[in-house]
Structures are given as C-alpha cells and as structure tokens.
Write a protein that binds this ligand. Structure first.
Ligand code: SME
Length: 150
C-alpha cells in the first residue's frame, strides 16, 4: 500500500500523462480504489452552474445520485461550505443521500480554485468511521492537483 506522499506523486504523474481532465479523474479514482481498499466507492462530482453537482468519473457501483442540488446531501453540504466533511456514521446524519445500503461512513473534499468550488471528491466506505485526518489531507492535496486541470 502506497503512503500518502507516494499516492500524491502517482497522481502528479498520471496528471502529466492524461490527455484531459476526464481521463485524469478516471485514473485517480482507479488509483485510490486500488491503494485504499476501504474506499468502497470513489467518485468526482463537478459543479454545473451555481447550484448543482453532476457525477463525473467514479469507481464502484453506479450511484442513483447523478445530479445533487447544493442544498441536498453530504455532497451538497461540503460544496456549499467549501470545507471537507467527514461523516463517521452516515445513517445518523439526516443530510445523507444513500448510494448503497452497505455504506457506513463518507468523506467529501471540495475541489477549489481561487476560493471557488469547482467540484468535489466523494468517497464512501463500508466501514464505520473509516476516514481520518490523514485521508482528508491526502484528498485535499489531490483536489488541488485536479483543480489545476479543470
Ligand atoms: N452520499 C452522498 C450522495 C452521493 S453517493 O454517496 C455516491 C450524499 O449524501 O450527498
């Protein structure tokens, strides 16, 4: 299993090789799913206009939530605040929009450029309280690299 800095280096490398942002994001979700087995579903949502998140490249089961208004879900909450959100127990959070019955915890990290939210990285885990500050820091670094490509 790669360390966080090895993953960031791998993301920089695949960013350099990808021909566009879609290909890059597809490679990032594949990498994260392979390197972090407790990331059960890993995907990108991108802002469309001022108030809707649209599902982008993802790794995992198809999600019913292909479009999420900013006032809905944990995804909407993170994009609205511009801050990362970790939910240790999704079933205890009234904002949660279920994607899979197995999901127990979730992390959402906004992708920002010049303070503006362009999208986010959303990860579900089948383990309760799966995400730590280390995951947050790793995903914030990746979000910064992706922001440079959007
Ligand atoms: N759980 C998210 C919805 C997206 S799915 O997890 C892929 C939310 O509550 O916003």
């Amino acid at each position: 299993m790669k360390t966080p800095s090895e993953i960031v280096a791998a993301v920089r490398d695949l960013n350099a090789r990808a021909s566009d942002s879609q290909e890059m994001m597809q490679a990032v979700v594949r990498l994260l799913a392979a390197e972090r087995p407790y990331y059960s579903w890993t995907g990108f949502y991108l802002m469309e206009g001022a108030d809707t998140l649209v599902l982008g490249p993802y790794h995992g089961k198809p999600s019913p939530h292909t479009r999420i208004p900013l006032n809905q879900g944990i995804c909407g909450a993170a994009a609205s605040s511009g801050e990362a959100l970790i939910v240790d127990d999704v079933n205890a959070d009234p904002r949660y929009l279920a994607c899979s019955l197995e999901t127990r915890s979730e992390i959402v990290v906004p992708i920002k450029r010049d303070g503006k939210v362009l999208g986010e990285i959303d990860i579900d885990s089948d383990r309760p309280a799966a995400f730590s500050d280390e995951d947050r820091r790793l995903l914030e670094e990746i979000a910064e690299i992706v922001a440079g490509r959007l």
